[in-house]
Design a protein. Structure first.
Length: 86
């Protein structure tokens, strides 16, 4: 999942840009730029913080793949399961 997808998923989970920024150690303006696609690359530290926040939030309230997708992204097949899931 790229940074923009992570931000969109967190927003759909009910967090505000300011809350995402505070948890990820980013400026709110950076979160806004990532959400709009104006910033595609973020520092690996920031990406890891966004990912950790997403993992924490999704453990509490799983988000279906169709919510995570951003406009123009290919769909994630529902059958994409590993043998460990079976």
């Amino acid at each position: 999942m790229d940074p923009q997808q992570l931000v969109h998923a967190l927003l759909r989970m009910g967090l505000t840009q300011a809350e995402i920024a505070a948890h990820a150690g980013l400026a709110q303006s950076t979160v806004s730029k990532v959400a709009r696609g104006a910033v595609r690359d973020v520092l690996s530290r920031s990406y890891l913080q966004l990912k950790a926040l997403y993992d924490e939030m999704s453990a509490a309230q799983p988000v279906p793949p169709e919510v995570i997708r951003t406009q123009g992204a290919p769909p994630v097949p529902d059958t994409a399961r590993t043998t460990a899931d079976a």
